[in-house]
Write a protein that binds this ligand. Structure first.
Ligand code: NAD
Ligand code: LMR
Length: 312
């Protein structure tokens, strides 16, 4: 299994590190436009191999896509992150051109590759990759819901004062401060609905903190987060590499599912060797359906900027 990670910055390097530590890939190629940067990150990571007991070979390259040839999976993290006070959507004018050219370069050298898009605004960048490459829809997947759900479980475990491993929950919808939909109705602690333990006020607090999870960290760090994003995307790469058929909410191109068309937005998805193996349509209640429609309308509006930019 050969994995390319485009962008050797905070998220790309964290993703490569988790992939290596989990030791399921034979090779990880880091690629970046900054001269020597990916080579340096790869060397630093390789110097942890004997300490962390992994056999994955990590190499770095400055913009030489021939080194990525024959990749099974590629992760796109290239582009700028937001600063405190910004929205993810404000990154579109810089990141759209980067994501489009990276996606085109990847496919030239790895015609069978499955692409996971991380760069923000992620749902729109995933949509752009679909439009630019025209690949079967199961081969381009956006990462957002896996991270948002991990943050939801963290906030739930904090409120419940229990280990995160006791908690199950999922966030669907757009990967944005206002568009995320943490499904509090379906969240459980060891199969018991969390509403059994938490008041409506506490659940609302968890919901609101989950939605602004990325903004909270951006304010604290001065740039956006990388450990949980790297762990979330490496979990998706592992699901593809090991054909685990794990369920993650992912940003997928929808063709009628949830009543939505021609949009990439977070929905429950089975991930395996083919990439998206299945989009799972769960029964949403009236309020959840309305929130998903509202979230989809906001993502569509951001997608419209791609047309204004003449990039699709
Ligand atoms: N989807 C998510 O859940 C999620 C989570 C975290 C971050 N992000 C997004 O991921 C992106 C990266 O974040 P980061 O914190 O790693 O930023 P970063 O600045 O640390 O790293 C980005 C890297 O991309 C490189 N780059 C820029 N243009 C390139 C190109 N054309 N080809 C190759 N490399 C290129 C830069 O040189 C830099 O090293 C941002 O857009 C951020 O908003 C998304
Ligand atoms: O918050 C951001 O801008 C980065 C990422 O989308 C995140 O949720 O951590």
């Amino acid at each position: 299994m050969k994995v390319t990670v485009v962008g050797a910055g905070a998220v790309g390097a964290s993703c490569a590190e988790y992939i290596a530590i989990k030791d399921f890939a034979s090779e990880v190629v880091l690629i970046d436009i900054k001269e020597g940067f990916a080579e340096g990150k790869a060397m630093d990571l390789m110097q942890t191999a004997s300490l962390n007991s992994f056999d994955t070979k990590i190499t770095g390259t400055t913009n030489d896509y021939s080194k990525t040839a024959g990749s099974d999976v590629a992760v796109i993290t290239s582009g700028i992150p937001r600063k405190p006070g910004m929205t993810r959507e404000e990154l579109i004018s810089t990141n759209a051109g980067i994501v489009k050219s990276v996606a085109e370069n990847l496919i030239k050298h790895s015609p069978e590759v499955i692409i996971i898009v991380v760069s923000n605004p992620m749902d729109t960048m995933t949509y752009l990759a679909h439009k630019a490459l025209g690949l079967p829809k199961h081969r381009i997947i956006g990462m957002g819901g896996a991270l948002d759900s991990a943050r939801f479980k963290y906030r739930l475990s904090e409120a419940l004062d229990c280990p995160a491993s006791d908690v199950d929950g999922m966030v669907i919808g757009g990967h944005s401060d206002t568009g995320m939909i943490p499904l509090t109705r379906l969240a459980t602690r060891n199969s018991v609905p969390v509403s059994k333990f938490l008041s409506e006020d506490k659940l609302n607090y968890v919901l609101e903190e989950t939605k602004v999870g990325g903004a909270t960290l951006t304010k604290l760090l001065g740039t956006s987060a990388w450990y949980a994003p790297g762990a979330a995307v490496s979990a998706m790469v592992q699901a593809i590499a090991c054909d685990t058929k794990k369920m993650f909410p992912c940003s997928c191109m929808l063709e009628g599912e949830y009543g939505l068309n021609d949009i990439c937005i977070g929905v429950p998805t089975i991930i395996g060797a083919k990439g998206v193996e299945e989009i799972v349509e769960i029964e949403l209640d009236g309020a959840e359906k309305a929130k998903l429609e509202e979230s989809a309308a906001a993502v569509s509006k951001t997608n419209g900027v791609l047309t204004e930019m003449n990039i699709i």
